[in-house]
Write a protein that binds this ligand. Structure first.
Ligand code: AMP
Ligand code: MG
Length: 511
C-alpha cells in the first residue's frame, strides 16, 4: 500500500463542506471483534480542562472546520468528560517484546478508543491517550504528562507534513491535575487519529496465549479492513500475504525515518503499527549533528534503538510478528519455511526504499553502481564531524557544479575540510555524469530535504512556555512544521542549529 493511502489527506470536496464541531457518524469495527480483544470502559474525567494545542488539519479529517476547537463541547469531549455521541470506548489488550525481552501482557494502559468516524473524511479511529486507568494500566496511573503530550502532538503532525506515514494528532487538552513522575507534573490528554491502532503486539498476545482462533480472527479483521489485496487469488495463503505486506510497509516506514533523521526511541514490538505507521511518540528525536549511533532515549542505555540500528530492529520485530503468525501458515517446519521465505521482503524493500530516498536527498536522478560508496563516504565524513543532518542536506541544494569556490557554507560544516573537498569532486563528477543542472536539482532537493524539523530544543521551548500557561509557541511550532519543505523567512530562527543548552536535554521513557 503506498504511503499516501495510509496517511491520506481529505479530498478537496470535503474541505469545502467542513462543519463546526458536532456529532460524528461513528462506527467501531474493532469492537465487533469481541471481548477477548478489549475491555469497554469510559475515560476518567479530567478536571478543569483547557486547550493546549489543536490541529485544524487533523480536524478536517473528521469533517470539522478550523474553529471546531472553540466549541466548549470540543474541549469536554477530548478531555474525556463528555462521551462522543454513539461512541463505544474501549481499551485493547496486547503483549510484546520490550528491549528484546518478552514482556508478557501490556495493553492500552492509558489509551482509549472512543470510536471510528465514518464520514466524508474517511474512517479514523479516535483515541484518547492519557484518559485514565484501564485494566491494562499495570503499575501506571493511566495518565500522560503535559510535556510528553505536547511532544506527541507536535511530533506526529510534523511527521505527517514531512510525508512520513504516521498516526495523527487532533489536539492536546491539559489540566492542573497533578501527576507524579520523577517530580510532580500536570496531566494532559492527546487525541490521536489512525486508520487502525493495531500493533504487532496484538498478534503476539494471542499467539503467546495459544489462542489461535482469536489470532486468526484478528488477522482476518486486519486483512479485510486494511489489506484486502491479501485475499487476491494470486496469494495461496492470505496470512503470508499479510506478513509480506507488513514487511513492505515497515520497510517503507523505516526508510522514511532514516531519510529525515528520525529516531523512534522505543521500537518495542508493542510500538510497531501493523499498518507501518509511526506510532507511540515517546522519547523520539530528530538528528541534529549526524551520529550514526545516536540514541535519543535516555532510558536506552545499550543503544538498542540507536539511529543506525533501526532497520535491523524493524526486521527483528517483523521476525516476532512472523513467529506470532506461524499457526496461520501451516504445520511445523513447513510453516517456518513459509515465514522465512517472506521475511526477506523487508530486506529487499528497505534497500530499494533507502536507495531511492538517499539518492533523492543528493539530487541524483539516476541509479549508478558507485552511488552507495558515494553516500557511505558522505555519511562517514558527516559522522566524524557531527555535521548537522538537516542543515547539510538543505544547504547541499546550493552547490554549483562548476563553482567549487562557492562551497564554503558546505565545507565549513566539516572538521575534515579536505575530506569534504575530495567527496565533492566525486559528487560533481557524478552530477555531470547525469547532466544535472543546478537550478532543477535545487528545486528537487528542496522537496525532499526539509528545512524545519521538530528539534528537541524547539519542543522544549514550547513545553516550558506551556508550563507557564502560554500555548502560543505550540501553535507557532505547529504552523512552522506544517510546511517543512518551504522557505519561511519570518520563521528562519526555527531552522537554526540547536543552542548549546540543547545538548543537556534528556528525553526518557518517563511520560
Ligand atoms: P510505552 O513504553 O509508552 O509504549 O508503554 C508500554 C506499556 O506501558 C503500554 O502498555 C502502555 O499503555 C503502558 N503505560 C505507559 N505509561 C503508562 C501510564 N502512565 N499508565 C498506565 N499505563 C502506562
Ligand atoms: Mg506504547
Amino acid at each position: 500500500m503506498p504511503a499516501t493511502e495510509r496517511t491520506a489527506t481529505v479530498p478537496a470536496a470535503v474541505s469545502d463542506s467542513l462543519k463546526p464541531f458536532g456529532p460524528l457518524r461513528l462506527i467501531n469495527r474493532f469492537a465487533t471483534l469481541g471481548t477477548e480483544f478489549f475491555t469497554r470502559l469510559p475515560p476518567q474525567p479530567l478536571p478543569a480542562p483547557y486547550l493546549v494545542g489543536f490541529s485544524a488539519d487533523a480536524a478536517r479529517l473528521l469533517g470539522w472546520s478550523p474553529d471546531a476547537a472553540r466549541d466548549p463541547e470540543f474541549l469536554a469531549t477530548f478531555a474525556g468528560n463528555t462521551p462522543l455521541a454513539g461512541g463505544d470506548p474501549l481499551a485493547s489488550v496486547y503483549s510484546g517484546h520490550q528491549f528484546g525481552v518478552w514482556a508478557g501482557q501490556l495493553g492500552d494502559g492509558r489509551a482509549l478508543l472512543l470510536g471510528e468516524s465514518d464520514g466524508p473524511g474517511g474512517r479514523w479511529e479516535i483515541q484518547l491517550k492519557g484518559g485514565g486507568l484501564t485494566p491494562y494500566s499495570r503499575m501506571g496511573d493511566g495518565r500522560a504528562v503535559l510535556r510528553s503530550s505536547i511532544r506527541e502532538f507536535l511530533g506526529s503532525e510534523a511527521m505527517f507534513h514531512l510525508g512520513v506515514p504516521t498516526t495523527r494528532a487532533l489536539c492536546v487538552v491539559g489540566s492542573d491535575a497533578p501527576v507524579r513522575r520523577e517530580t510532580i507534573e500536570t496531566a494532559a490528554v492527546v487525541t490521536r487519529l489512525s486508520p487502525s491502532f493495531i500493533r504487532f503486539g496484538h498478534f503476539e498476545h494471542f499467539w503467546a496465549g495459544d489462542k489461535y482462533e482469536a489470532l486468526r480472527q484478528l488477522a482476518d479483521f486486519t486483512i479485510d479492513h486494511h489489506y484486502p489485496h491479501c485475499r487476491d487469488a494470486a496469494n495461496a495463503n492470505p496470512y503470508l500475504a499479510l506478513l509480506s505486506a507488513v514487511c513492505d510497509a515497515t520497510a517503507e516506514l523505516v526508510a522514511h525515518w532514516q531519510a529525515v533523521g528520525f529516531c523512534h526511541g522505543v521500537m518495542n514490538t508493542d510500538n510497531m503499527s501493523i499498518l507501518g505507521l509511526t506510532i507511540d511518540y515517546g522519547p523520539f528525536g530528530f538528528l541534529d549533528g549526524f551520529n550514526a549511533h545516536h540514541i535519543c532515549n535516555h532510558s536506552d542505555t545499550q543503544g538498542r534503538y540507536a539511529y543506525q540500528a533501526q532497520p535491523n530492529v524493524a526486521y527483528w520485530n517483523l521476525f516476532c510478528l512472523a513467529q506470532a503468525l506461524l499457526p496461520l501458515f501451516g504445520e511445523g517446519e513447513a510453516a517456518i519455511e513459509q515465514a522465512k521465505s517472506v521475511l526477506p521482503v523487508f530486506t529487499t524493500r528497505f534497500a530499494e526504499e533507502i536507495d531511492l530516498r538517499m539518492r533523492a536527498k543528493l539530487g541524483l536522478r539516476e541509479s549508478h553502481a558507485d552511488d552507495e560508496a558515494l553516500i557511505n563516504h558522505l555519511f562517514k565524513l558527516m559522522h566524524e564531524g557531527r555535521v548537522d543532518f538537516t542543515h547539510f542536506f538543505r544547504t547541499l541544494a546550493t552547490l554549483r557544479i562548476d563553482n567549487p569556490d562557492a562551497d564554503a557554507p558546505l565545507r565549513d560544516m566539516f572538521i575534515d575540510r579536505p575530506g569534504f573537498d575530495a567527496w565533492a569532486v566525486d559528487y560533481r563528477a557524478r552530477l555531470r555524469h547525469e547532466a544535472s543542472t543546478d537550478a532543477k536539482r535545487a528545486i528537487a532537493m528542496r522537496l525532499v530535504n526539509p528545512k524545519y524539523i521538530l528539534r528537541n530544543h524547539l519542543a522544549e521551548i514550547a513545553i516550558r512556555r506551556a508550563n507557564e500557561k502560554d500555548f502560543s509557541e505550540v501553535e507557532t511550532l505547529l504552523k512552522v512544521l506544517s510546511h517543512p519543505y518551504d522557505e519561511q523567512p519570518e520563521f528562519e530562527r526555527y531552522a537554526e542549529l540547536p543552542p548549546d543548552w540543547a545538548a543537556q536535554l534528556e528525553v526518557s521513557c518517563s511520560s
